[in-house]
Design a protein around this ligand. Structure first.
Ligand code: BG6
Length: 509
């Protein structure tokens, strides 16, 4: 997200091409490669941002000819392009643009945890011209350490003659503080921090990157963006989908680990960080690290967990394939978080996420304090709707501001209205599945949007106490298709507050 790179989202003509490199994808046959990496590479190629000499080597266990892998990916991309619900939906796949990617593809059969795969890979990569390689670990988390170790031992992470070697790690990065530390230790034994790109795909979203633009490119927000004016902040990632065939993964993970110390904390970091001195990667990451460092460790009183039961949106979680009949895994998590620093002391950040909720909605609502004085005769101050500034991340892309105006008529009465901005009203939709900027930035060597080892660890440290069995958090039921468990409402009610409705509260009359 350097200034240079950032222009790519505004005007691809002014963005420079990524340098020539070989992208080695571990997990060539996996879902992430098909659904997100290939569509993103296709979009980057269509925008002219990939070097002609770039190569893509897909590593996976199981024998396959390159032609067969290309074929599988071509079918998958055609399917996604035709699917209206897919972020890759286009009127038709541009076969020329896809062929430019397809001819770069090479399948490489090998087990992820066998040394022999890496010695062969080394021989293969020795034939490559630029020496630049990005190793992308699009694999199950249990392979992160074994792959990183073998890449290191085989010398594949050594940077020589000005060429770069980088390693991209997907989430989940650990399952608690101890495991995240161990994974960092293992990776950093073989690579320098500057070579490691830990992905949180929320940071690939334009609407998330725009939080910094909204805050720091406009004069009106910063003066009120502090405890004196802000009552509290709500960060919501509500989903209507269930576990989508990922029951056995989800059983081990749960909503809290899946979303909270990573995606929701990243949003919190963007909202709460101090202005950086520049958009230089380390300046931005330092300021975000300060936020995670200031989070007061969560206790059981700050957290509510829930699990969906049968309801209007379908069957119970416990009836999903791969899920235990007596599962205690949460599909909903809410938390009250305090950032203990000068700017935010005493301002709660309420975070919530859940599957099978009423509506899909990822947003951040910043609620300002009430006005101090009862001036309007027929509208008591406590009946006035507070000012709320909402950053809409998904599926709506934009912002809205709730404020009060005089209701037309002879009486001086005040009513709430909403002023809203939607990206589509101002900008042409750009082809984007959310991984374009991340892949492009990694090839350019810009780590701004990636997580640093220290931030990963401070984020886990903030939640570690509630993750362990002795925390014994109850898991409350909620009907599938509802807004979540009642206990989550009580979490806010105890502070005299309420969650923003998942469906729009202000409607035009
Ligand atoms: C993933 C989680 O990281 O993020 C999923 O593992 C979740 O459970 C997804 O559905 C949400 O991402 P998005 O971009 O669809 O909001």
């Amino acid at each position: 997200m350097s200034n240079d790179a950032k222009q790519s989202s505004d005007s691809s003509t002014s963005a420079k091409r990524a340098p020539a490199c070989t992208l080695v994808i571990f997990g060539a046959a996996g879902d992430l490669t098909k659904r997100l990496l290939m569509p993103a590479l296709y979009n980057l190629s269509a925008q002219g941002l990939l070097d002609d000499d770039m190569q893509i080597i897909g590593v996976n266990h199981g024998e396959r000819e390159t032609a067969q892998w290309r074929d599988e990916l071509t079918q998958a991309l055609r399917k996604f392009a035709a699917d209206k619900a897919s972020t890759f939906h286009t009127s038709e796949l541009n076969e020329d643009a896809w062929n430019r990617i397809a001819q770069k593809l090479e399948y490489f059969s090998g087990e992820f945890a066998e040394d022999e795969t890496f010695t062969r890979l080394k021989e293969r990569l020795a034939q490559q011209k630029s020496g630049n390689v990005v190793f992308y670990l699009a694999v199950s988390a249990r392979f992160f350490a074994p792959i990183a170790e073998r890449l290191g031992r085989t010398g594949l992470l050594e940077q020589k003659d000005g060429a770069f070697r980088r390693i991209v790690i997907e989430k989940p990065f650990g399952t608690d503080l101890a495991s995240a530390k161990e994974l960092n230790r293992c990776i950093l034994a073989h690579a320098d921090e500057s070579q490691v790109y830990r992905i949180d795909h929320f940071l690939g979203k334009d609407t998330v990157q725009s939080i910094l633009a909204v805050r720091f490119a406009n004069a009106m927000f910063e003066p009120v963006w502090r405890r004196e004016y802000i009552d509290h902040v709500q960060i919501t990632a509500a989903e209507t989908i269930g576990v989508e065939g990922r029951g056995s993964f989800y059983e081990q993970t749960g909503a809290f680990r899946d979303m909270l110390p990573n995606h929701l904390f990243q949003l919190l970091g963007m909202v709460a960080m101090e202005p950086p001195n520049s958009f230089d990667a380390e300046s931005v990451r330092d300021k975000k690290a300060d936020v995670f460092d200031a989070i007061k460790p969560l206790t059981a009183n700050d957290v509510v967990l829930g699990q969906y039961e049968a309801g209007p949106a379908g069957r119970a979680y416990r009836d999903e394939p791969g899920v235990a009949k007596d599962s205690r895994t949460e599909t909903y998590a809410a938390a009250r978080v305090y950032v203990e620093n000068w700017r935010w002391a005493g301002v709660p950040f309420y975070l919530r996420t859940g599957k099978r909720l009423t509506e899909r909605r990822t947003e951040i609502s910043v609620q300002l304090k009430a006005v101090p004085f009862r001036l309007f005769r027929d509208t008591p101050v406590d009946a006035l709707t507070p000012n709320v500034y909402t950053l809409r991340i998904d599926p709506a892309h934009g912002t809205s501001f709730d404020f009060n105006v005089k209701i037309p008529g002879p009486l001086m009465q005040v009513g709430a209205v909403r002023s809203a901005f939607d990206y589509s009203d101002f900008f042409a939709a750009s082809a984007n599945v959310g991984y374009e900027t991340l892949l492009y930035d990694c090839m350019l060597g810009d780590p701004t949007l990636f997580q640093r080892a220290d931030s990963i660890e401070t984020a886990w440290a903030a939640v570690d106490r509630v993750l362990h069995p002795d925390a014994e958090l109850p898991v409350h039921g909620y009907a599938s298709g509802s807004a979540g468990p009642e206990a989550a409402d009580q979490l806010l009610a105890a502070d005299g507050r309420a969650w923003r409705p998942l469906t729009d509260a202000i409607v035009k009359k």
